[in-house]
Design a protein around this ligand. Structure first.
Ligand code: DAT
Ligand code: MG
Length: 142
């Protein structure tokens, strides 16, 4: 997901491009203005954290762009492409390491486990995702 700062800073295309070029297949995408309740469901495990109210305010400060990418080890590889949560420790070459400085403005979200990815896909895309074949699949996978 491109967070409101990622959308505002014109980074939707950059994020999609990085995942596309890596070989991942986009199977769902949309802009959304989530409600407070929706974000509290999304970040339910962080409810007790001191930064939680600020996180929800930030996440409601503008539209987010939600994406589902499919491919080999998509969760683990996707997290590596995003970089560490705090951009100050994100490696250069990662999305956060190239475009962000502050942990509370880290421009993107990525599911941290397959289980959470499944939950988040259901939460953000109740209408489901699209299944199709990339004609280049045999050039991406052996
Ligand atoms: P991630 O987004 O890398 O999965 P997380 O799930 O631990 O990280 O936290 C969700 C978001 O909350 C994170 O992207 C930015 C914000 N956040 C995390 N730790 C924070 C902190 N110490 N201070 C401020 N915001 C924080
Ligand atoms: Mg997380």
């Amino acid at each position: 997901m491109a967070k409101p700062d990622g959308v505002d800073r014109g980074l939707i295309g950059e994020i999609i491009t990085r995942f596309e070029k890596r070989g991942f297949k986009l199977i769902a995408a949309k802009l959304a203005l989530p409600t407070k309740q929706h974000l509290e469901d999304h970040y339910g495990d962080l409810k007790e954290k001191p930064f939680f109210p600020g996180l929800i305010t930030y996440m409601q400060s503008g539209p987010v762009f939600c994406m589902v990418f499919e491919g080999l080890d998509a969760v683990k590889t996707g997290r590596a492409m995003l970089g560490a949560t705090n951009p100050l420790t994100s490696q250069p070459g990662t999305i956060r390491g190239d475009y962000a400085l502050a942990v509370g403005r880290n421009i993107c979200h990525g599911s941290d486990s397959v289980e959470n990815a499944e939950k988040e896909i259901k939460l953000w895309f109740p209408e489901g995702t699209l299944q199709y074949k990339l004609t280049q699949a045999s050039m991406i996978y052996e």
